[in-house]
Design a protein around this ligand. Structure first.
Ligand SMILES: [Zn+2]
Ligand SMILES: [Zn+2]
Length: 250
């Protein structure tokens, strides 16, 4: 929902600590000078202005839910400026949904609409594997959130796993030997859609990642309070956080 939640007077929504102000989860990667956005939620225009994202070389989508895709139409500004479509990496199930949610952007059957030239689609058909996107080696894996397939991505020693709830044990193979694991956790109490904070901690530790960052946090979690609770190698992510990583290492 983003924090503050509309009309909420709770302690976190009223907090003046900037770390308690959370726009919808998204990450911008810079690899070999190329800028790749993972997920593009309803806050994208504001995020692009705030962090001065003037160019974009590629878009990766984890799944089709509103909080991860509602901003895709905002990317038209880059298409208009560069006069070429944005390469977009996504799973075939995500595409199937987006063909309905954004029929005028993603429906590959109807060629009549000029707006469709906005995305150059690279579709992942398997549940997991290796691919190359913009010449960059990417490991992709998948898991489930309430019956929906979601993709996670690994770039060398860093992985981004959002909206994970149900998964196969094989994912631990895909995420072995990471320096950094960025993963969603909603709140302390259980949820049928997301890991709780304890579940995310257990997952990070089982993967053996040196460092874990929790994101996709609800207003039930106060930033400093959660950081005091977490083990030393796991921290709460926050808007504007920057992390260095080595995309070439596998
Ligand atoms: Zn609140
Ligand atoms: Zn989400």
């Amino acid at each position: 929902m983003g924090i503050p939640v509309i009309g909420c007077d709770c302690e976190v929504c009223q907090s003046t600590n900037p770390c308690n102000k959370r726009l919808r989860s998204s990450v911008l990667l810079t690899i070999d000078g190329k800028k790749i956005l993972i997920d593009c939620g309803p806050d994208y225009r504001f995020q692009a202005l705030q962090y001065d994202i003037r160019t974009l070389d590629g878009l990766i989508l984890t799944h089709s839910h509103y909080d991860h895709t509602a901003g895709v139409d905002e990317l038209r500004v880059y298409v208009m400026r560069n006069k070429q479509p944005i390469p977009c990496l996504l799973g075939h199930e995500t595409l199937r949904d987006l063909e309905q949610r954004f029929y005028y952007l993603f429906n590959t059957d109807d060629k009549s609409d000029v707006l469709k030239a906005k995305f150059d689609l690279q579709i992942l058909k398997d549940k997991r594997g290796m691919t190359e996107f913009l010449g960059i080696k990417i490991l992709y894996t998948s898991f489930e959130q309430a019956g929906m397939r979601v993709n996670g991505f690994r770039f060398g020693n860093l992985a981004y796993i959002s909206d994970i709830r149900k998964f196969d044990e094989i994912i631990y193979e895909d995420l072995k030997g990471l320096d950094t694991l960025i993963i969603s956790a909603l709140r302390f109490t259980p949820s049928h859609l997301h890991f709780s904070i304890d579940e995310a901690v257990a997952f990070i530790q089982r993967c053996g990642a040196k460092k874990g960052w929790l994101m996709h946090i609800s207003h039930e979690v106060e930033h400093l309070h959660a950081n005091a609770y977490l083990p030393e190698n796991i921290r709460m992510a926050y808007d504007g956080l920057e992390i260095s990583f080595s995309p070439g290492e596998f």
